[in-house]
Design a protein. Structure first.
Ligand SMILES: *[C@@H]1O[C@H](CO)[C@@H](O)[C@H](O)[C@H]1NC(C)=O
Ligand SMILES: *[C@@H]1O[C@H](CO)[C@@H](O)[C@H](O)[C@H]1NC(C)=O
Ligand SMILES: *[C@@H]1O[C@H](CO)[C@@H](O)[C@H](O)[C@H]1NC(C)=O
Ligand SMILES: *[C@@H]1O[C@H](CO)[C@@H](O)[C@H](O)[C@H]1NC(C)=O
Ligand SMILES: *[C@@H]1O[C@H](CO)[C@@H](O)[C@H](O)[C@H]1NC(C)=O
Ligand SMILES: *[C@@H]1O[C@H](CO)[C@@H](O)[C@H](O)[C@H]1NC(C)=O
Ligand SMILES: *[C@@H]1O[C@H](CO)[C@@H](O)[C@H](O)[C@H]1NC(C)=O
Length: 724
């Protein structure tokens, strides 16, 4: 692209000039040749003129041999004389382009915008316009054309998307210090210089594509754009999320936990961890691990992410609460009420951990682990231990410990429970109070069943092999009957689902006899009615096995007398008289008999006398009639022999004597026995016939000393009605 600058003004002028030059050259040449010829042909050589073409001189017009592309380079070739055509060579080859400009003669080579291809070694040569003469090559000038360096744009942070407020730094680099830097966003010159572009706090407006160029400090040489870098500015600060590896609450000492912090956007984050609001000084990883928790690790955790030198912090994450508690100690309890067992008995123990259901329990007997087997059940994750049939091997101190399901957390052992197993089943002891095997009806007896070991007992009673209704440890019979005779036994029991029974007690035999009956007899006979003023009563107990003393009662009240078989009732001493009973008593068992039937004595003597008088009158009346009849028979003529006698009408004395047993129909009809039943009032007075027969007294034997006086009052009433 050489360019020739032609400055010829007119064609005519050029032509004239050229002619002049040619003539001048020819003249000079002729002179020189002449001189040469003279010099060579003569001893004193004649002055000949040898034409020596001048050596061109190449000069660098633009000042510097090393340029950058697009710079201008000017070379000037100087040859004395003016009839030279100048040619240019680079690396020995002609510069092709004819556009060499030499101020009129092409002596100036101008490269207006250099390229790397223009580098090389330049020389120039002159060729005479008219004569076939060439000059030699000029001195050479080496021109080097280089591309300006393309700077490298670096983002000093490694993320392309930033957040409002974050600081951002770009740097532009070239190896050569001769360059200055210029900065562009979206190819717009920012008019900022320096090797770094620094935003301390970016705004949305700073978003764009950044690039830089370098400029030579001394000249206006500009490089191409660097590779661009995008900057995206997000308006909202990100909020990291925090998670933990184990979500159990509480956690226990020794467990490990890892918190993880994550910012969903962009990159280059470092993490800051906070515990109860204070920054944790630890490597700023996105995870925070506590390999072995302690109570002091309890609290609130959150994280923030940061990056950059300033640095830029994200929002803080949500807060996670970590609770680290002491490992609880399980509670061991007995479900069965008693901890001392008998062989074959059942028992149940329970191990519990307050608050949580996630525990599995292990059982120990005297520090050795207890495994489930034929006699021991361990159920419900070990919460209960059941002994199905106790034996001596189950004796010992039981403890339990808990382990958290799926976690490496084990508790200490619980407090212990001592379980005792007796060698043998217990035997109940049956006691009787009073202790007599033979009892009489009406006696009271109390059986009691005793067991001296353990507790929680219930009682089972048995008579003649059949269970009784009683359930307490005492069986009371306040008034025994004959049917209560039998053999008694008791047993103790306990347990709900599985009933455990002791060995039965020894057998206690009870025999109940009828209590002997007392009876009351009137000793005073009819013949004594007129001779005595008193009645004699006698008490008798039929049962002759025992000897008896007797007590007497009037109107149910004990007569305070010395005990005696007989009791005399006199109307003078006892004007009231009344209603007597008696009872046999003893110093030994049986202490008393049943009470006799009551006997009423009120005015009994008087009544008898009246009766006797009446019957006496009747008797003598009859005798008189009888005698009258005999007299009539004797003194009257016997009427007729055919007339039968009537011997049956009247008994003879002899006949009378013979038949003492039933002397009068009245007596047959009314007896003392009828007198006595107090219920039939109004009859008793008429009856007394065979007075010597002892009066059977039917008493209410059940009422011993204290009876109700209902019947007797009634009775007395009857008597009264008779009297009046
Ligand atoms: C001339 O030679 C130099 C070095 O040998 C080389 O760098 C340059 O490109 C050459 N120029 C041309 C136009 O061939
Ligand atoms: C940071 O976390 C990585 C895994 O994310 C882990 O390999 C590295 O050991 C952790 N550095 C520290 C100091 O905990
Ligand atoms: C467990 O028992 C050991 C030894 O008795 C004691 O030092 C420790 O504090 C106990 N741990 C708990 C959680 O009770
Ligand atoms: C556990 O045993 C004790 C002593 O033997 C007893 O007092 C307590 O009532 C029992 N507990 C239960 C729930 O039965
Ligand atoms: C069980 O504990 C008691 C004290 O509570 C102790 O006297 C007894 O020796 C212990 N039994 C065994 C077998 O360790
Ligand atoms: C049985 O009698 C005794 C006294 O002998 C008394 O203490 C006890 O309460 C009585 N028991 C019943 C069930 O009546
Ligand atoms: C009857 O009473 C007397 C005197 O109180 C006494 O000595 C005697 O042992 C008693 N007899 C009987 C069988 O109780």
């Amino acid at each position: 692209m050489t360019q020739l600058s032609n400055t010829a003004s007119t064609c005519e002028n050029q032509w004239k000039m050229w002619l002049l030059e040619v003539f001048a050259v020819m003249y000079l040449a002729a002179v020189c040749v002449a001189q040469d010829n003279t010099a060579s042909t003569q001893s004193t050589p004649p002055p000949t003129t040898v034409y020596v073409p001048p050596k061109p001189v190449l000069e660098l017009k633009s000042g510097r041999p090393d340029v950058y592309t697009k710079e201008k380079v000017e070379l000037e070739c100087k040859i004395s004389g003016s009839d030279w055509l100048i040619t240019w060579q680079n690396n020995g080859t002609n510069v092709q382009s004819p556009d060499l400009s030499a101020s009129g003669d092409g002596s100036v080579l101008t490269i207006a915008s250099a390229t790397t291809a223009d580098s090389g070694n330049y020389v120039c040569l002159g060729k005479h316009k008219t004569r076939n003469v060439d000059t030699e090559s000029s001195n050479s000038h080496s021109i080097s054309v280089t591309e300006p360096p393309i700077p490298t744009l670096n983002r000093l942070s490694h993320w392309s998307d930033v957040f409002v407020g974050e600081s951002v730094k770009f740097s532009c680099e070239v190896s050569n210090p001769d360059w200055t830097f210029t900065w562009y966003r979206d190819t717009t010159d920012l008019h900022k210089e320096g090797p770094q572009l620094h935003f301390t706090s970016v705004t949305k407006a700073d978003q764009g594509q950044y690039a830089c160029k370098v400029k030579l400090k001394s000249r206006a040489v500009y490089s191409e754009f660097s590779k661009p870098a995008d900057l995206t500015v997000n308006e909202n600060k990100p909020k990291p999320t925090v998670t933990r590896s184990l979500s159990f609450n509480p956690m226990y000492p020794g467990e490990s936990i890892t918190f993880t912090c994550a910012v969903g956007v962009s990159t280059g984050w470092e993490y800051v961890w906070y515990h109860n609001g204070k920054e944790i000084h630890s490597p700023s990883n996105d995870t925070y691990s506590i390999p072995s928790l302690a109570i002091s690790n309890s609290g609130e955790y959150y994280c923030k992410a940061k990056r950059g030198e300033t640095p830029f912090y994200t929002e803080k994450s949500d807060t996670l609460t970590l609770q680290v508690s002491e490992i609880p100690v399980p509670k061991l309890n007995n479900v069965t009420q008693w901890l001392d067992l008998f062989p074959t008995e059942t028992a149940k123990l329970r191990c519990q951990m307050q608050g949580s259901d996630m525990w599995t329990f292990t059982w120990y007997r005297n520090t050795r682990e207890v495994k489930a087997d034929d006699t021991v059940n361990i159920e419900n994750n070990g919460k209960t231990l059941s002994i199905k049939s106790a034996s001596a091997s189950h004796r010992g101190n039981y403890t339990c410990s808990g382990k958290l399901t799926d976690r490496s957390v084990g508790s200490n052992k619980s407090s212990k429970l001592m379980l005792h197993v007796y060698d043998a089943k217990p035997t109940a002891a049956l006691m009787q109070d009073p202790k007599h095997n033979l009892m009489h009806t009406g006696d009271s007896v109390s059986f009691s069943c005793h067991i001296s070991v353990s507790s929680g007992w219930g009682y089972l009673w048995e008579k003649d092999g059949r269970p009784l209704q009683a359930s307490g440890n005492q069986l009371n019979i306040s008034s025994v009957k004959k049917e209560d005779s039998g053999s008694y036994k008791c047993q103790v029991k306990r347990g709900k689902d599985e009933l455990f029974k002791s060995e039965p007690s020894q057998v206690v035999e009870l025999e109940v006899e009828e209590r002997p009956q007392a009876s009351l007899v009137l000793l005073t006979g009819w013949s004594e009615v007129f001779a005595t003023d008193s009645l004699v009563l006698k008490c008798e107990v039929e049962d002759k096995t025992y000897t008896w003393n007797y007590t007497w009662f009037r109107e149910e009240k004990l007569l305070n007398l010395t005990p005696s078989e007989k009791h005399i009732v006199t109307p003078q001493a006892n004007p009231e008289q009344g209603h007597y009973t008696c009872q046999g008593i003893r110093n030994e068992r049986p202490f008393y008999s049943r009470t006799s039937e009551p006997f009423k004595t009120k005015n009994l003597l008087l009544k008898r006398r009246v009766l006797l008088s009446i019957s006496g009158c009747l008797f003598f009346g009859i005798i008189a009639v009888f005698l009258g009849c005999i007299a009539c028979r004797v003194f009257r003529k016997p009427a007729a022999d055919g007339k039968p006698e009537e011997p049956n009408l009247f008994l003879t004395m002899a006949q009378l004597k013979d038949s003492t047993n039933a002397p009068c129909p009245l007596v047959e009809y009314i007896t003392d026995a009828d007198l006595n039943p107090p219920q039939k009032e109004g009859e008793e007075d008429e009856t007394v016939c065979s007075e010597t027969t002892p009066l059977p007294v039917s008493t209410q034997e059940e009422q011993a000393v204290t009876t109700n006086s209902q019947g007797t009052t009634e009775n007395g009433g009857g008597m009264v009605s008779f009297q009046h």
